[in-house]
Design a binder for this molecule. Structure first.
Ligand code: SAM
Length: 267
């Protein structure tokens, strides 16, 4: 396992086996290549709220294997760049973009966004980031960088599944954070640092139900293929991953840890 827990999953998606495909089919009701808690309905909402059009120039931060990036390109037909720190994710994304003949408008680049972003001032009209911010330590610095690379009145949408809305125990935080640095915050934190970075907030939606839908699907799908998965990844790893998904579901259904989607505009 790499220091970052997405590497193995993305490696499986570079050349997916029948098992990988079958699990994804069971896990995601609408599979568009996402590895997050976003549904196609929520993607449509992001496109609508950010008023994306063919003329938009979009950056997708933490694009994974490029599902949301290509969803936007397919629907809107705009120029879009997806960046992610995981080389396997970028490799899988590049394979998909060639399959989908979107290569004229979509490109992918390996990039750690906790560093200064290698883009010019005002290069983009919109930035999206789906279920990534939870892993970014200096989120306030990233928000300032996003403001820098956005045009005046440029728009930014991101999701955060780490908003603490009730009591969470240390064991639950640990089970929710396997393999990956995961940061949890009070509900007002994102709003405060967005404003500090020079954004006005357009809207905030509670999208915890989407997380419940997808986490439930992933848990059931893995259970259905338990025997095969235990052989591949060991019984211990299987149990840990199931506990991760069960903890997410429990915390979300009991409204103790919530997911929100934020829409903001550069002042
Ligand atoms: C939950 S996945 C979401 C992937 C994608 N947005 C999607 O919806 O399918 C989180 C992603 O954030 C990426 N990530 C985390 N920290 C990052 C960083 N510092 N720089 C770039 N990518 C990062 C991970 O590699 C992973 O692909």
């Amino acid at each position: 396992m790499s220091q970052y827990g997405y590497s193995k999953t993305y490696n499986d998606l570079v050349s997916p086996t029948d098992l990988t495909v079958a699990i994804r089919e069971h896990a995601y009701r609408d599979d568009f290549g996402q590895h997050s808690w976003i549904t196609s309905t929520e993607m449509d909402l992001v496109i609508e709220k950010l008023s994306l059009s063919k003329e938009s120039k979009v950056l997708d931060i933490g694009c994974g294997v490029g599902g949301p990036t290509m969803f936007i390109a397919n629907k809107v037909g705009c120029q879009i760049i997806g960046v992610d720190m995981e080389p396997n994710g970028i490799e899988a994304a590049n394979k998909s973009v060639h399959r989908n003949e979107l290569k004229e408008i979509v490109s992918f680049k390996q990039l750690d966004v906790s560093q200064e972003l290698p883009f010019s001032d005002q290069q983009f009209s919109a930035v999206v980031s789906i279920d990534v911010i939870i892993h970014i330590q200096n989120r306030d610095v990233l928000f300032s960088e996003i403001a820098r690379i956005l045009q005046p009145r440029g728009v930014f949408a991101f999701t955060d599944a780490g908003v603490v809305t009730g009591t969470v125990t240390d064991e639950e935080f640990a089970a929710r954070s396997i393999n990956v640095l995961t940061l949890f915050h009070s509900p007002s934190y994102n709003e405060t640092i967005l404003r500090k970075a020079g954004f006005e907030i357009i809207d905030i939606k509670d999208t915890t139900d989407n997380l419940i839908q997808i986490a439930g699907g992933r848990k059931e799908a893995r259970l259905k293929f338990k025997d095969e998965l235990e052989k591949l990844e060991s019984a211990e790893t299987f149990a840990r991953e199931q506990l991760y998904l069960e903890t997410i579901l429990k915390l979300a259904t009991e409204k103790r840890l919530s997911r929100f989607t934020y829409f903001a505009r550069k002042n």
